[in-house]
Design a protein around this ligand. Structure first.
Ligand SMILES: Cc1ncc(C[n+]2csc(CCOP(=O)(O)OP(=O)(O)O)c2C)c(N)n1
Length: 648
């Protein structure tokens, strides 16, 4: 082989403006490029936080994909797309916006169609890649075009219901689709369930491995194998099936290649080139290590799946604010442990998010009362319903945004049958660095229209525990919203209070303006009220609404006869949310009182550096809230200010 030029001194990565430059690079330089990519990812994520482990695990795979295929003509669909950082770096996104990834003015931490022509499909929720890729491939087959379509899916994501639905359809629709199964044996936590066991068996079974790797030489060593080897591929396939059970992907009509080391660039190239030529849809099964190349991430795959800023040399998280209050998630986990200790019927269910939701504490203390069902939100909801139907008291902790996927089981199975299941909807409100795929801004709207639901949000962690206690004993479907991150730092009572469902709490009296606020907006409402009183001499009351459904109708109707302006505040879209519920109630009551609704606008909210900057950009900073209320008040005084309103 002719000797290859040694790598130039300058940084290789910076010379890659797009996939064509990558293709020009001598193969021997790729390990060094891989190292540079890892260094860049660590430099950026150690400051911004991000999906460290998933990206470090697919450096070689992404290099091989971009050398084998030709993006953007060929289409890559990355499942979840949290592992898309290398793809970004190789497709013209090395500028300073990469340094600010997941921050205001930086690139998204996921793939989004508007960011680059190389991103044919945006994602953030798991399990969508196979269906979307199959759609792209089928459209190509129907409309015409020679491009390849490649879906990259993780071992945990493959367990999603929709991924299995897609698998069931692939062979029926196309004979040209490459599915890369990136198997690192981890979800965020350890991958769970039968599919995880099956994949593990594929990886570890030595016969399987040998047969799949090198069928030819395996056959050669069998008695009479030499003649088998000379036969057609169908005969060889039958011989193979005799020795090892045929693999599940083959049952679905896909060809199967692997499993092999997903960090071995030569193997990757060889197998991907083979897959590219396949005239049958094909699964390429690669084994990768989450966090490859960085010991701290290899040692803590869960923490480094998605992390906040950290010190590269130690891998430790950067110290947070001194005396920061505990997270809502910690308070929730601790409450579940306390409740489980007294109540053997209590069960906690998570869909692959034990760490994120705080439910890992229940697993550690009462494993028999804890269920991680994998990335399977629909199943989680139905499973909880089944537990409830038999007298258990299930608490399903699911991020608000992921619960969207389980809407039909919520309506058809939980609410229609009035099953006593408690839902703790985590990340209600913003997930600021993640962006539009992860914000929990729609749940009040999608839940309050369904009969039998109770929807509530606490103003602090003590009230959250009261709500949890109330919900578990309510005997009907209950939905509790909790935000991401820090609570208020209030003391949590030893004995939680049973709240009256649909009863609000008056926190501040005032007769001109009354603010009805929900959840974390209660604190903002108190601050706005104080400023309105101090700066503008207005009498402003504040109500902690507690319940978006049922509303405290009696209190609302009474206040509508006394005040001149009602303001609603919610960490949720304005359309269809809590404020809309207040409007509907007042309209039904025939109350003509003006209502100013404060909440998120009717557009998708991208990622940002934090809650504050996203709020500021959307008219929800404390100052903007103060001004909106004042402006509305002043507009009323210019027209006729309603007085002596009657209420039916
Ligand atoms: C519907 C949905 N539920 C949960 C999540 C949270 N989540 C993001 S990535 C992930 C694990 C993905 O594991 P895998 O597919 O194996 O990829 P890896 O990160 O290991 O590379 C989970 C649970 C999500 N994004 N979408």
């Amino acid at each position: 082989m002719p000797s290859q030029p040694s790598p130039p001194d300058e940084n290789l990565l910076s010379g890659i403006a797009g996939p064509d430059d990558l293709k020009k690079l001598p193969f021997e330089h790729l390990p060094r490029l891989a190292q540079e990519i890892r260094d860049r990812i660590l430099a950026v994520t150690s400051v911004n936080g991000g999906h460290v482990g998933p990206n470090l695990g697919v450096v070689e795979l992404t290099l091989a994909l971009h050398r084998t295929f030709s993006s953007p003509k060929d289409k890559f669909v990355f499942d979840v797309s949290h592992q898309g950082y290398i793809h970004k770096l190789l497709t013209g996104r090395q500028d300073t916006r990469f340094d600010r990834i997941r921050k205001a003015d930086g690139y998204s931490g996921f793939l989004t169609r508007e960011e680059s022509p190389h991103d044919i499909w945006g994602a953030g929720h798991a399990g969508t890649a196979l269906s979307a890729a199959l759609g792209l491939a089928t459209a190509r087959d129907r409309i015409g075009g020679g491009e390849h379509v490649v879906a990259v899916i993780g071992d945990a994501t493959l367990t999603c219901g929709i991924a299995m639905e897609a698998l069931n359809n692939i062979a029926a629709n196309t004979n040209r689709l490459v599915v890369v199964l990136n198997d690192n044996e981890w979800s965020i936590d350890k991958n769970v369930g039968a599919m995880a066991n099956y994949l593990n068996e594929l990886i570890t079974n030595p016969i399987y491995n040998r047969v799949h790797h090198d069928l030819e030489s395996f056959l050669k060593h069998l008695p009479g194998g030499e003649s088998l080897r000379r036969m057609g591929s169908r005969t060889k396939q039958s011989a193979k099936n005799f020795f090892v059970p045929s693999c599940i992907f083959e049952k679905y009509g896909l060809r199967y290649l692997g499993p092999f080391d997903g960090h071995d660039l030569e193997l990757l190239h060889r197998n991907l080139h083979f897959a590219k030529k396949s005239d049958q849809p094909i699964v390429v099964h690669v084994i990768t290590k989450k966090g490859k190349g960085y010991d701290a991430a290899l040692g803590h795959p869960e923490r480094f799946h998605g992390t906040s800023a950290f010190d590269i040399s130690t891998g430790k998280g950067k110290p947070g604010r001194k005396n920061a209050p505990p997270n809502y998630q910690d308070a929730f986990g601790a409450a579940m442990v306390r409740m489980a200790a007294e109540n053997p019927k209590l069960a906690g269910i998570t869909a692959a998010m034990p760490g994120g939701t705080g439910l890992g504490m229940l697993r550690d203390n009462f494993p028999d009362q804890y269920f991680d069902v994998g990335i399977a939100e629909e199943h989680a909801v139905l499973f909880a319903g089944g537990l409830a139907a038999r007298g258990m008291q299930p608490v399903c902790a699911i991020y608000s945004t992921f619960l969207q996927r389980a809407y039909d089981p919520i309506v058809h199975d939980i609410c229609l049958q009035n099953m006593p299941v408690t839902f703790v909807m985590d990340r209600a409100g913003l997930s600021p660095n993640d962006g539009a795929t992860h914000h929990g801004l729609f749940d009040i709207a999608y839940l309050r229209c369904v009969p039998n639901t109770t929807v509530m949000q606490p103003k602090d962690e003590d009230e959250m525990v009261d709500m949890l206690h109330t919900a578990v004993h309510a005997g009907s479907p209950q939905f509790i919203r909790i935000p991401r991150g820090a609570a208020l730092g209030v003391r949590v009572k030893d004995d939680p209070e049973q709240l009256e469902i649909g009863r609000a709490e008056v926190l501040r009296d005032g007769h001109q303006v009354v603010i009805w606020a929900l959840g974390p907006m209660v604190a903002d409402a108190m601050a706005a009220a104080e400023r309105l009183e101090a700066d503008s001499n207005l009498s402003v009351g504040v109500v902690n609404a507690r319940f978006a459904k049922p509303l405290d109708r009696a209190l609302l109707r009474e206040q509508a006869t006394k005040a001149s302006l009602i303001v609603t505040m919610e960490d949720h879209v304005r359309m269809g949310g809590f404020g809309s519920a207040v409007l509907e109630e007042l309209a039904d009551a025939g109350a003509g009182i003006p209502v100013e609704r404060i909440g998120w606008p009717d557009r998708f909210i991208n990622h940002g550096s934090g809650v504050e900057d996203l709020r500021a950009a959307n008219g929800l900073s404390p100052d903007a809230i103060f001004r909106s209320i004042l402006a509305r008040w002043e507009s009323l005084s210019r027209v006729t200010r309603p007085s002596e309103l009657t209420v039916r």
